[in-house]
Design a protein around this ligand. Structure first.
Ligand SMILES: Cc1cc2nc3c(=O)[nH]c(=O)nc-3n(C[C@H](O)[C@H](O)[C@H](O)COP(=O)(O)O)c2cc1C
Length: 428
């Protein structure tokens, strides 16, 4: 076996006239690596070189591969990534890695650019002033994540201090609004920073959703991550959370293998409880969903909003009332890829102002319900199912919506028998 012609040509395109010293010291390694990274990986999809190198540089920042970054930067510049774009990648990485990790990359970038005769500083790209960065950052968050981000900077003070505000004015207001890269490119590089550094799956999940919102679809993200494999290794590239699934129980019915899906929304925090206010560490609907899974098996999926509702009960009911009045569709962190594998879908939610929380509408409107059997369950403090079943029938067009179960929220934990019996009967 030898280094393939394609790999040699690609190498020459990246590093014209350069002969790696590894060819002498590590011939067997370099043969396999070059064939993999510069042939097999490159021809595996239709990404253009510029996008590939943008992803590679970002993932090298994410995994802290400083020597390889220094080596690959000239290849990126030879493949159409501009000095402005490289600088923007490094600047934005500070928000996801901190200057502690980005610093050597900024120095390496300057060294490489200066050695190529690029004059520094480059033309300014700032898109905001200190006066409007908060407002502009919020608009960027709304554009990328959806209207649910309005007011995000003012949330989380008690648990997160200033961090949510800084995410708005610093992360988005200072960096995302700059020139040089558009939102699609900025979301892609953020995805690479997060995937390559590992350990920040919640952020990776919400940025996977954000990527899809700005037009980087799932297929594209899978290609991007695949291109990073030679640079970041397999563990951080395997199955990025482009879609999350819950439990794994599969139920056999005749010859066909089908699973139940138990999807629910539930809110932890202060809630109305038998006439008083109680702080719930686990939501009532979440408890009920667990009982159903235990009784009939299936995958659990929790509907989670990008923007959390207030933990304070009275603040939350005002938020919910406003959303109902406006017919809001709050952005969700993640959706199942599809629901084709399920025939019975249990749909659980608390009664909020007489129907489902608006987040459930966001979820339900995403899918084709034709042929599904839907079983609603609703926890509440006295209003029963309200008009939720009527609303469900409207949204889940084509599904058979069976009789729902109303559970008194404060009694959920003691209602396992009733909930399990209903779930089992629903399956008959
Ligand atoms: C925003 C909001 C609105 C609510 N509206 C109603 C209502 O109209 N009728 C009712 O019986 N209970 C209402 N409740 C009480 C919840 O339905 C009940 O506490 C439920 O069990 C909470 O479920 P969870 O813990 O899974 O979120 C409301 C609670 C909240 C937070």
């Amino acid at each position: 076996m030898a280094i393939s012609d394609f790999s040699k040509k690609y190498h020459e395109k990246m590093f014209p006239g350069y002969r790696s010293a590894f060819l002498g010291t590590d011939p067997e390694f370099i043969e396999r690596f070059d064939n993999f990274a510069f042939d097999e990986a490159v021809i595996s999809d239709d990404l253009d070189d510029k996008t590939r190198f943008t992803a590679i540089l970002s993932s090298l920042l994410g995994c802290q591969g400083i020597d390889e970054y220094r080596a690959m930067l000239p290849a990126a510049l030879n493949s159409g990534v501009t000095p402005v774009e490289v600088k923007e990648i490094v600047y934005q990485s500070v928000a996801y890695l901190g200057i502690g990790r980005a610093f050597p990359f900024l120095k390496a970038t300057n060294d490489v650019l200066l050695a190529r005769g690029v004059k520094l500083p480059l033309a300014g790209q700032a898109g905001t002033t200190m006066e409007n960065r908060l407002e502009a950052g919020e608009q960027a968050q709304i554009d990328i994540f959806g209207a649910g981000m309005r007011g995000f900077a003012d949330t989380g003070r008690d648990t997160n201090g200033q961090v949510n505000k800084w995410l708005t004015d610093n992360c988005f207001g200072d960096w995302y609004i700059r020139g040089g890269l558009d939102y699609k490119q900025r979301e892609m590089i953020t995805f690479c920073f997060l995937a390559a550094q590992g350990g920040c799956e919640p952020q990776l999940t919400s940025h996977a959703v954000a990527n899809m919102r700005v037009g980087n679809d799932r297929e594209f993200l899978v290609k991007v991550v695949s291109q990073c494999v030679p640079y970041i290794g397999y563990p951080r590239a395997e199955r990025p959370p482009l879609c999350e699934r819950g439990g794994k129980k599969i139920k056999k019915r005749g010859k066909k293998t089908m699973a139940n899906l138990i999807v629910y929304y539930s809110r932890r925090g202060e809630n109305y409880w038998n006439g008083t206010i109680k702080n719930l560490s686990k939501g009532n609907t979440e408890i009920a969903a667990g009982f159903i899974q235990k009784a009939v098996g299936g995958d659990l999926f929790e509907v989670q909003t990008v923007k959390e509702y207030a933990k304070d009960y009275y603040a939350c009911i005002e938020e919910a009332k406003r959303e109902l009045r406006e017919g809001a569709r709050p952005a969700l962190k993640v959706f199942p890829e599809n629901i084709g594998a399920y025939d019975h879908v249990f749909i659980g939610y608390p009664n909020w102002w007489g129907t489902m929380p608006m987040a459930m509408f966001t979820f339900l409107e995403r899918f084709d319900w034709t042929g599904k059997t839907v079983h609603p369950f609703c926890t509440n403090e006295g209003s029963g199912m309200g008009v939720s079943e009527r609303d469900l029938k409207k949204v889940c067009r084509g599904a058979l919506v069976r009789g729902g179960l109303s559970v008194h929220g404060a009694e959920t934990a003691q209602s396992e028998g009733k909930i399990a019996a209903w779930a089992k009967k629903s399956m008959e």
